[in-house]
Design a protein around this ligand. Structure first.
Ligand code: OOB
Length: 544
């Protein structure tokens, strides 16, 4: 095993906005930022919990020791490939054990994973690779019937910075991950705790997705807070059923929080009851996280009582609004506590607490992790609303970013001059200090937890020669909460809805962003200042 690696001096990554020194000092003094890195965290857990099971995925079952050792060997392999500290590496892996050794190896090396989702296709991946000037891209061979190597061929052709495509499984023309395990290299200096550790993706409301730089210090603090709130310890068994790259199953408390606590993380390739219920029974899962549509599927499937789900103590639901009706069904159907989670990859995470009265658990989206999460609710003129009134939530705190990566112009709008992140969520705060998400001020569609920036889809539609103008809106949906509808003003030769949706697919847009419905119109209703009135467009649908 390598000796604990020396740390590099902290370095500011160009394009990132650090916390002002007075805040950083305060967060350190309060004991939030404790100067730990992910690489050290895994090493320390391996020393403390060596033989305990860290990860279960498919037929793989890694102890903490094995996980730590595999990670060290991969660090050496990545280093030998020429991957350096601060190099960006786009990681697009499903819920397989290799996901975590790859990202921990990059963490330890100080290279920066960019967390793509398995659903992303060439439009998104090309953009992430180009924008971050990624040197490597890590994929599975196939997953859910899709061959990621064909996607990688396209991306490699388009992005000159990309030197390596690393494949878990049959690599074809690329580098197999299995060949990268090398003898651990001693003395490679690791990153500093205040360094950026990786990039999360923003749900976004603009033409292109935004990247969220998170540091070791801030993310590990959010893990520690989440672990405490969710009562995790080394006996906890967390089931990761949502895509592991997403902030919710990754860190709220998710797989990383479970590893922080010395527990066991079980990865499911698909979140359906027929795959997850047998895992819950076999592994005696105690906690898991779902988005609302999946929670409803689970509640229906659990009624059949074909599996023993009695080990489950907490079902977390978040990412989108959960109806009070569905919330009320959790305890009677699953016999466990519901925990509502309202979070964002930019930082702030709110939880209902496990011992809260049922009324708060069912009807609110919880309260922040940290006493130093600052909350403001403002009206359209930027003034604080009266207590209990609904307005836009602004927040700043010890694990909420101060700016997106390389996005100066956008940051000027998305953050106030004193560093509050403008969430775009319409929220009210109850007398107990709990958030209730009432709606949204940002131009985004939340399709069952999958976030879609209207402008991004509109730009792709506008690229079609027969499209004169396009406006994408959300429509209410009993299952997904919201679905997308694209309003299109065609040119002389009008396309069909099917032509447009296959056009978007061919452009390599992720399937969840393809509009569920397309309506052709001749004009768009306008607001007083001459912008497209999406509110009026939505109303035309209810009249149809
Ligand atoms: C989570 O993170 P993101 O970055 O995919 O999306 C954040 C946005 C929020 O701004 C809000 O609009 C919406 O998703 N949202 C919710 C919600 N949780 C998230 N809206 C209503 N009710 C909820 N419970 O989605 C995320 C990150 C960490 C933990 C949990 C969720």
């Amino acid at each position: 095993m390598t000796t604990p690696s020396p740390q590099r001096e902290p370095t500011l990554l160009p394009g990132c906005t650090p916390w002002p020194e007075e805040f950083a000092a305060r967060y350190r003094q309060a004991g939030y930022w404790r100067g730990e890195t992910f690489g050290q965290m895994l090493r320390e857990r391996a020393q403390r919990h060596g033989d305990r099971t860290a990860l279960v995925a498919g037929t793989q079952r890694w102890s903490y020791r094995e996980f730590d050792e595999r990670t060290d060997r991969l660090v050496a392999g990545f280093h030998a490939l020429g991957i350096k500290p601060r190099d960006r590496v786009v990681v697009q892996l499903p819920n397989i054990a290799e996901f975590f050794e790859v990202v921990f190896a990059l963490f330890r090396l100080g290279a920066l994973p960019v967390f793509a989702l398995p659903a992303h296709r060439s439009a998104e991946i090309n953009y992430f690779c180009e924008f971050t000037e990624a040197v490597a891209y890590v994929i599975p061979d196939k997953h859910s019937g899709f061959d990621y190597r064909t996607l990688a061929e396209k991306v490699r052709g388009a992005v000159p910075s990309l030197r390596h495509v690393i494949v878990v499984g049959e690599a074809g023309p690329f580098t197999p991950l299995s060949q990268l395990y090398a003898s651990p290299a001693a003395g490679l200096p690791g990153p500093a705790p205040s360094d950026v550790a990786f990039f999360q993706l923003s749900g976004g409301s603009t033409g292109v997705p935004k990247l969220i730089p998170r540091t070791h210090d801030d993310y590990i603090y959010s893990l520690r807070g989440s672990v405490e709130i969710c009562g995790l310890d080394e006996t906890s068994v967390y089931l990761c059923a949502l895509p592991a790259a997403h902030n919710f199953p990754l860190s709220s408390p998710g797989v990383l929080g479970t590893l922080y606590a010395g527990g066991t993380a079980v990865l499911a390739l698909h979140p359906s009851p027929d795959q997850t219920f047998p895992l819950i029974e076999r592994e005696r899962v105690t906690l898991t996280a779902l988005v609302p549509p999946l929670a409803m599927i689970w509640l229906d499937a659990a009624k059949a009582r074909r599996h023993d789900l009695s080990s489950l103590k907490v079902l977390q639901v978040g990412g989108a609004r959960l109806s009070a009706e569905a919330a009320q069904r959790v305890r009677p159907t699953l016999g466990c506590t519901l925990q509502q989670v309202y979070g964002m990859a930019e930082g702030l995470v709110n939880y209902t607490r496990l011992d809260d009265p049922e009324e708060l658990i069912v009807a609110t989206q919880g309260r922040p992790i940290s006493p130093d999460d600052e909350i403001r609710i403002i009206d359209e003129d930027g003034r604080d609303v009266a207590p209990g009134e609904t307005g836009q939530l602004l927040t700043r705190g010890p694990y909420t970013i101060r700016g997106y990566y390389n996005a100066e112009a956008h940051n000027a709008r998305a953050f106030t001059s004193d560093g509050f992140y403008c969430t775009g969520d319409l929220v009210r705060v109850t007398p107990e200090g709990y958030m209730v998400v009432e709606g949204r001020a940002k131009d985004q569609i939340n399709r069952g937890g999958d976030k879609i920036a209207a402008e991004e889809v509109e730009n792709h539609l506008l690229a079609h020669p027969s499209v004169h103008d396009a406006a994408v809106i959300s429509i209410p949906d009993p299952f997904l909460g919201e679905r997308t509808c694209a309003f299109v003003i065609p040119r002389e030769a009008p396309p069909t809805a099917a032509t447009l949706t296959s056009f978007l697919r061919e452009r390599g847009l992720a399937a969840y962003k393809i509009p569920d419905r397309v309506e052709f119109v001749t004009t768009f209703p306008q607001t007083g200042v001459g912008k497209v009135s999406k509110k009026a467009l939505r109303e035309t649908l209810t009249r149809r």
